[in-house]
Design a protein around this ligand. Sequence first.
Ligand code: ADP
Ligand code: ASP
Ligand code: MG
Length: 457
Amino acid sequence: MIVMKFGGTSVQDAKAIDRVAHIVQGRLADRPVVVVSAMAKVTDSLLAMGKAAGGGDRKTALKMARALRERHYDTAGELLGTALFTEFHGDLGADFEDLDELLRGIGAVGEITPRTYDYVASFGEVLSSKIVAAAFTARGLPGAHVDSRQCLLTDSSYTRAVPQFEETNERLRKKVQPLIEAGKVPVMGGFIGSNRTGITTTIGRGGSDFSAAIFGAGLNAERIEIWTDVDGMMTTDPRLTPEARRIKVISFDEAAELAYFGAKVLHPATVLPAIQKNIPVYVLNSLNPTCEGTKVTARAPRCTNIFKAIALKKKITLVEVAAPRRLLVRGYLKSIFEAFDRHEIAVDVVSTSEVSVSVTAETNEAIPALAADLAKLADVKYEGRKAIVCLVGENLRDTPGIAAKVFGILEDVKIRMISQGASEINLTFVIEEDDAAEVVRRLHHAFFAEVDPEVFA
Ligand code: ADP
Ligand code: ASP
Ligand code: MG
């Protein structure tokens, strides 16, 4: 069997879902399990509704919920035709009633907790998976909706719950395997799960890729296909430069580095369950289904280019903690990182010198409070509007003089931090966000003007 995951843009409207049905139709012989994201932008808007309700603005929240209801009804109506839609309407309607009630409840309390955020966010994938399953049936495909929350067991760390693999796999074998064997095409929402008491959880933003990998690993898939809106993993975000090329083959390690540093085409965690079972992952384009996409495998073939790709992560804050001599005091670094942990701020790049410890994190509302906390330990400065550029390639391991080449091209650019990861396959540095697009274009032009035809398209 195979897993086919379709992202938000691939299910964004009736036309897109119709394309999905065609693509799945063409793969029936491979016995697909289909995993879908919420329709494009739906998760953002659900979270905004939750926030509005929690802030006491129930009216706005309910107004947004109405718009969401219309969008889903319109899509389902267009896909199913009147007769089928009339039949299906009640099911969707019940979910929207639940959502309204939930928002009213949040409004009444005037507060939203992570647990409630997860429940609100889950509606996106619950709705999209039901609509896609119904659309399959309407097109003669044997679609069978499966509520992923009954399969994906997680712990209770709401908003980024941790999957419990063993029990999840057992549930998959019980609930999904028999459907596949009966010739059905199970359709499941990504991103959502539940804890042991049945409370809805989510596994982190962009988590539908992760769900696809978990289901694929649990069901021993022959391959996992991640269908998105670009031709595959590219040498850089194609929105940054039209010179971006498709990468035909990339290693799991390279893909993981890229994903971590902003190439959001693939969720970082996705590759883990797949690596462990040696299941190949393909990134494919639902708008251009005949394109071969990118194959992600345990080992990449040799490549004459030094780098495979350049990732860019914006909206970064640089936190500098002064450390004159204190760095040598036992426990000093630990107390700095404990402060990040207490404020639940994830750290990206770290460097230390005799006078300071520099740390980058995604810009977020908790940083001022973190800085206040750190100020108890030492002098602290923080600056937003930074970006992380990350060059990735297995050849970095054994090619001398690369840093000189890279920074030679960027002579006039203010570089704030440099780090060559322990994985030895990435070269990462921090710059001003305003310089970021130009820096990526310049590096891309320098390192990908000529490409190895075995590896790049
Ligand atoms: P989906 O909704 O299918 O999950 P995402 O929006 O999460 O899709 O990821 C696809 C997007 O990732 C693309 O539209 C592209 O702009 C962006 N992207 C960033 N870096 C890369 C890269 N190196 N290769 C391909 N796409 C990239
Ligand atoms: N819908 C979720 C999100 O937007 C999960 C996903 O699309 O992968 O984060
Ligand atoms: Mg995604």
